[in-house]
Design a protein around this ligand. Structure first.
Ligand code: SAH
Ligand code: SF4
Ligand code: F3S
Length: 480
């Protein structure tokens, strides 16, 4: 390995917090003519792990690769370049990546021309990068979350020098506008409204891997959504780690609620957003959900725990009572709203009683879906240094009990629509039954219905719900 250009890794909590005072630059994508043919006659494949933010990044990576000549390979294991866009949120997320890398080692043995790149959140962690260098020497390219725009140059260097290229920036991040994108769907689009996170929940790696919170210019966002409407897109999902703090770094008084009102006028059929932070979800946003016809009656509002002491140790900055008050207001203003959440069990020293408070909260809110996780210590975060007396077996058992509760309300949330006609944006043919099409209703319920009419894909149709299962609904087409 001759090139090692590593400008980071994890900032300390103190360093990371002081970053708020660094300025954010908006950068345009610039492709140097020298690198513009680097992918000619070559194929690529991108594996994506983690959150929607990573999915959106992979669309940019694909767009950049295609812009320099690469063509997408149908078979990942036959591509000339494979990129793994990684996630570091929990240990098992990282273990999956180590597993895939193990498989790729064999593929590379058979095809030494294969080039393997790793990007996303894992390279932003010092220990993961060290492990990559020592245990996975066949990886050719390592870059981070802040330098996707440099990909053509990095690839050029990789081929020219026939050596490993590593470039992970510790910069807290700029905003990249105008980068080419290969969007995976022709009717649903991710729209980043901000990047990074300033919350520092004590268990979470994201503020370290993604940099400081920075909001895109509202006019750029509105323009992007208008362009999507012009191209025939039906739905946008606004992305950010805490969308409710959109605009806080700009100090011009324009907030997330204002953005919803403005986007409602663009002509897009459906607007969703994720992720909300209960601390910052404000009255204006709730009012906008009530007033704006195109903002969908569904909200993912991660609570993490139903116990005030645990919430405090997590640095979530709200209480159970405050959370419930916002839920009450949402249910008043958006009748029938479907609420989903994220919950962590087994936070360091979580007691049985504290866990029961989480079950109580699930019962009180009746979440219609939840992502549930066993706490996973992340090196460098404050919680990883906390003492923890709860055995892993007990954490697993808590997760099972929680999932049982969550599944009950998941099903109940599907049952409440039986006999009703709902609007479904059709995504595709159902994976397990070629006689069905499937898509999502306004309340974000997965709906399957019999039809062979592929022309319906990408359109909104009316479906009468006939049956509810835990994870989906069955229905019949009412209109075409
Ligand atoms: N910004 C979003 C999502 C962050 S990551 C939010 O604040 O909700 C998605 C979820 O992963 C989190 O909501 C949390 O429930 C979970 N998570 C994050 N770090 C974790 C960790 N160290 N162990 C277990 N779950 C974690
Ligand atoms: Fe992580 Fe908290 Fe930021 Fe979400 S809000 S990304 S959980 S630090
Ligand atoms: Fe994972 Fe990074 Fe997203 S850690 S959840 S890919 S921000």
């Amino acid at each position: 390995m001759s090139k090692k250009k590593m400008k980071l890794s994890m900032p300390s909590l103190k360093d990371a917090r002081s970053r708020k005072f660094e300025s954010t630059e908006v950068i345009s994508y610039h492709l140097d003519g020298k690198f513009s043919h680097v992918g000619e006659n070559k194929t690529y494949y991108v594996f994506t792990y983690g959150c929607q933010g990573n999915e959106a990044d992979s669309e940019v990576i694909s767009g950049i690769l295609e812009g320099v000549g690469y063509k997408r390979s149908v078979d990942p294991y036959k591509a000339d370049l494979v990129i793994l866009n990684t996630c570091a949120i929990r240990e098992n997320a990282e273990n999956r990546i180590w597993g895939v890398l193990g498989n790729l080692k064999g593929v590379k043995r058979d095809n030494p021309e294969l080039r393997i790149g790793i990007c996303g959140c894992m390279p932003q962690e010092e220990n993961a990068t060290e492990k990559l260098l020592t245990s996975y020497p066949f990886v050719d390219l390592i870059f981070g979350t802040h330098n996707i725009q440099s990909l053509p140059r990095l690839l050029f260097e990789m081929y020219q020098k026939q050596s490993k290229v590593i470039e992970v920036l510790s910069t807290q991040g700029n905003i990249l506008e105008d980068a080419p994108k290969h969007r995976e769907s022709k009717h649903k689009a991710w729209v980043n409204i901000m990047f990074g996170c300033d919350e520092f929940c004590t268990y979470c790696i994201v503020p370290y891997t993604r940099g400081k919170e920075r909001s895109r210019d509202k006019d750029e966002i509105i323009k992007e959504v208008e362009d999507l409407v012009a191209k025939g897109y039906k739905e946008v999902t606004l992305l950010g780690q805490n969308v409710n703090s959109y605009g806080n770094d700009k100090h011009d008084g324009y907030t997330f609620g204002d953005l919803l009102y403005d986007l409602d006028k663009t002509g897009i059929e459906r607007i969703r957003y994720t992720t909300s932070h209960p601390k910052d979800l404000d009255e204006k946003t709730i009012q906008a959900m009530h007033d704006c016809k195109h903002v969908m009656p569904q909200l993912h509002l991660p609570v993490q725990s139903g116990d005030n002491e645990v919430l405090k140790k997590m640095n979530r900055k709200y209480t159970v009572e405050e959370y419930l008050a916002k839920v009450k207001r949402l249910k008043e203003m958006v009748p029938g709203i479907s609420l989903t959440t994220d919950i962590i069990v087994g936070f360091p020293n979580e007691t049985e009683e504290q866990f029961k408070h989480t079950l109580d909260l699930v019962n009180a809110v009746e979440f219609e879906g939840a992502y549930t996780f066993i706490y996973s210590p992340r090196e460098g975060t404050p919680a990883a240094r906390m003492e923890d007396s709860v055995p892993f077996e007990e954490k697993k058992e808590r997760l099972e009990r929680l999932n049982e509760r969550v599944d009950y309300f998941y099903r109940k949330g599907n049952e409440r629509f039986v006999g009703e006609t709902v609007k479904v944006l059709v995504d595709s043919v159902s994976k397990n039954n070629p006689d069905n099409l499937c898509g999502y209703s306004e309340h974000l319920k997965l709906v399957h219905f019999p039809s062979h009419n592929l022309a319906l894909i990408g359109t909104i149709v009316e479906v009468k719900i006939t049956e509810a299962k835990t994870w989906f609904q069955m229905g019949e087409l009412v209109s075409e």
